[in-house]
Design a binder for this molecule. Structure first.
Ligand code: ATP
Ligand code: MG
Length: 498
């Protein structure tokens, strides 16, 4: 075994051939390139194999705690990758690790110190050359080259070459490792920031809203079709806008179209546009909204209300990414991210034959359910503060009692209803504090569509209010203008009926 005693001695580089010197230069250039991929290490190993007349080359990483080696790159003379580390001599690898110095065996078969190693016998290896890769004064790994052929043996010159090569690898590793650590860290931090970045207009810090914000951030980055589900006033439109804003399409158009209670032909011409003369009144060609929204996002609100005929057309848009204007034959390619919303049960509608099942599946790629306000009452104070500041430039406080009422109500009209109630309260309030008398909650519907008796109506109303206040008898009584005792009595009276 021959070792290089004075590693620092750069003079040794004079001993290597011009060819090897050129190879080192080439390798240093490769390893120094801006992008590191494992393929680069493979390329350098191929060069090493060639220049030192080896048959196989190996770079392994050594784990000090487990005492195990893992392949960084392993190649044969045919420039093929070797996956199995056991075909190399682990005994020699171990020797390099233990001695922390390079080693060279001219004829391993006849060397009693190493010939007993199984892999050497098994693979009929003749010459082996190995050098440690040192990083921060520690052994990072080993570079090994071997040959079974009885041709040119490895030389001391090869050893010097390999030692220089090892230094280059070690330098490159520093960069590779640092870069990959930085890239990972960058990814993690980006993710962290994004998941914590709240969406400014979307007020709420309840777990339900945090969850919603996280989903919005995730889906915004993709081109997936989103289906927003939720009761009226929960913020579906707000979320659609937020998804667009956070997407890569943010600089491109965002368009919204309300699809409920609009005559079919009108909606169709709005969405797809028309050609001059397509119908009476079509005096010019007109672009449809899908075309206008090209490269951007298109929000179709109340999607459950569109006719079966339009559903078929919409399906075509989603499937083929193309539209045809009314009265035209020319196909227009479009790239639009579609977001739809409904407060109806589309699956149910499709099982009733009122909504195309295939379209439902196309729209339901990424459903997001918006929580009703009553399921996140904790957000009511925050929303109240937000709306009060939005609608009044005076510094108006909300009294505890007023807040109690707001927090106790079930808000069937969700955030929109709260917004309206507060807007009204601010008009009624002529001091700088909102009091309970300013909070006027009107029921969503004024129609009394009831044909039963007064007693039956009493029962029905009580049942409704109890549900709205989550069974809270005090709040129910307050909202009905009766005593808690009255509520209790009624409940007892109705007993099992309720
Ligand atoms: N989390 C929220 N933070 C602040 N404002 C909100 C929030 N959610 C909803 N809003 C406000 O409530 C109102 C209703 O929201 P939006 O129109 O988005 O609801 P929607 O779900 O589309 O309702 P609909 O089904 O009736 O169309 C809007 O003025 C919106 O700005
Ligand atoms: Mg809406």
């Amino acid at each position: 075994m021959i070792g290089i005693k004075d590693k620092e001695d750069l003079e040794q580089i004079r001993l290597i051939s011009k060819e090897q010197f050129n190879t080192l230069y080439q390798i240093s250039k490769t390893l120094n390139s801006a992008v590191y991929e494992s393929a680069l290490i493979n390329d350098t190993i191929d060069l090493v194999i060639k220049v030192i007349n080896a048959e196989r080359g190996l770079v392994v990483k050594y784990d000090e705690t487990t005492k195990k080696f893992t392949i960084v790159a392993a190649r044969n003379i045919q420039q093929e990758t070797i996956e199995d580390i056991s075909v190399f001599s682990s005994g020699i690898l171990q020797k390099v690790i233990e001695s922390k110095s390079p080693c060279l065996y001219h004829d391993v078969q006849s060397d009693p110190n190493v010939s007993q190693f199984e892999s050497i016998q098994l693979h009929n290896i003749k010459s082996i050359i190995g050098v440690p890769v040192i990083r921060n004064d520690k052994i990072w790994g080993v570079i090994l080259a071997d040959s079974r052929l009885n041709r040119k043996e490895f030389t001391d010159e090869n050893l010097i070459f390999l030692d220089f090569f090892s230094n280059l690898v070690s330098l490159a590793l520093d960069k590779i490792i640092q870069l990959s650590e930085l890239l990972d860290e960058n990814l993690i931090l980006k993710n962290l920031i994004e998941s914590q970045k709240s969406i400014p207009e979307l007020i709420g810090e309840s777990p339900a809203m945090k969850n919603l914000a996280a989903l919005i951030h995730k889906v915004a980055k993709t081109d997936a079709t989103v289906l927003l589900l939720g009761e009226s006033g929960t913020g579906k439109e707000l979320v659609a806008k937020a998804i667009h804003k956070l997407s890569t399409r943010t600089d491109k158009p965002y368009l919204a179209q309300f699809c409920g209670s609009i005559p079919d032909t009108l909606l169709e011409s709005e969405l797809f546009g028309y050609k001059k003369g397509a119908f009476t009144g079509a005096n010019t060609d007109k672009k449809g909204l899908f075309e206008v929204a090209n490269n951007g996002t298109f929000f179709l609100d109340e999607i459950a209300d569109i006719s079966i005929a339009l559903q078929a057309k919409l399906l075509r848009v989603l499937q083929n990414k193309e539209i045809i204007r009314l009265g035209d034959t020319q196909v227009i390619k479009i790239d639009v991210r579609v977001i739809t919303a409904t407060n109806k049960d589309l699956k149910q509608l499709s099982s009733e034959g009122k909504f195309r099942e295939d379209l439902f599946y196309r729209l339901n790629v990424f459903p997001i359910k918006l929580p009703p306000l009553r399921e996140r009452r904790g957000d009511i104070p925050l929303l109240t503060k937000y709306f009060v500041e939005k609608f009044s430039d005076k510094n108006i406080q909300v009294s505890l009692q007023a807040m109690k009422i707001l927090e106790g109500y079930s808000w069937p009209g969700n955030v929109r209803q709260l917004e309206n109630v507060l807007q009204r309260a601010l008009i009624l309030c002529d001091s700088n504090k909102l009091q309970p008398e300013h909070i006027v909650i009107e029921e969503e519907s004024d129609d009394v569509d009831f044909n039963g008796t007064l007693r039956e109506f009493e029962k029905l109303l009580l049942k409704k209010r109890l549900k709205e206040f989550d069974g809270n008898r005090t709040s129910t009584a307050k909202s009905l203008g009766v005593s808690v005792r009255w509520v209790q009595l009624k409940l007892k009276e109705m007993g099992e009926e309720l």
